[in-house]
Write a protein that binds this ligand. Sequence first.
Ligand SMILES: [Zn+2]
Length: 414
Amino acid sequence: MQTTDPIIRRARLRGAGNGQVVDIAVSAGRIAQIAPGLPDRASQEIDAGHNLVTPSFVNPHMHLCKVFTLPMMSEAALLAYQQAGMSGAAAAIELASEIKKSYRASWIENNARRAVALAALYGTTHLRAFADVDTKARLEAVKALLAIREEFSGIVELQVVAFAQDGIVKEPGADRLMEQAVALGADVVGGIPWIERTHADMQSHVDFCFDLAVANGKDVSMLLDDAGDGNLRTLEMMARAAVKRGWQGRALAHHCRAMSAYPEPYLRNLIALLREARIAVVSNPHTGPLHARLPELRAAGITVCLGQDDISDAYYPYGRNNMLEVAFLASHLLWMMSRNDMETLYDMITVNPAAALNIGDFGLRVGAPANIVVLDQPSISETLRFHGEPRAVISRGRLVDLHRMRELAAVRGA
Ligand SMILES: [Zn+2]
């Protein structure tokens, strides 16, 4: 039988020993069969050549409205963020926010298009993208990212986060804009409560975001305690808010770097609360010197993920939207280099963020939507070593045109 759906030949699956390989047939967007030597023929036959084939990559944290804005940033903003112990993180956010006076959907779209094409090129099929919403950015970033979401539909699924980057209480007018952003079609309500000036204001910020999310049936994503200050406790606030409103499993925590300074008894209680609230944690170890306590979180059964966070902006000058590169960097920064560690890192850029983003059915198994990368190496360690482009990327059962993505990403001369 001839089919127009792709068939992957001679694929090595994670955990398969002794060089055993299989064929993977796709039909109507889903994985139809996984077995050695399938007899069907396809017009798109992809030879994996005994290399690894896995679920595609998922990036749960990307400031997509800020990508490629580094040339517009002052050196003062860059230095403020990189001060010792992240003590200047809040000041850096204020300096970096100056750029938003010149936010226009048109140029944000152009930058975001490049970044999302890069994501596809490196095998990412799902991406949670933050769009700043405040009185300077207005709704320009949201409009740009909603347009990019439509443009990449079927290639990279974007979840657009309406993100109150400059606060809710300390940024009068941000609340109405956040409501408008959700009405425009933003998928997720995003907050950053630790940026507020008082404990009470932080609580108001959390409450506002959850009220908006629950009223509209949206998930919540919050950047929490992203500074070297062990007194920051907004992760706990978010967890309590999720439990109080019955929003367990619908709230995702990002950064949480202050956790590195928490006393052990407090951390233990916090982890118990995170379990109750079914909150997953996204860490971006390459964009700051302090990290959430991933070993303790994992040991307690909390889902942990890695994110790209930034590409060429005030907070991080590099980045290619390449989740293998993110995992490679995390391997060093978190000192995770055993075989088990490498498998864990791989989970942290595939199945873990898929669960954290509530994507639904995700994985390399019969019946699941076909979101697949065909890699150029036979093992996880070799894949992390080279962290290059996959041979082929399949998104929702369709082969991604990597040549086109390379053009859109303007990789040459970028
Ligand atoms: Zn971030």
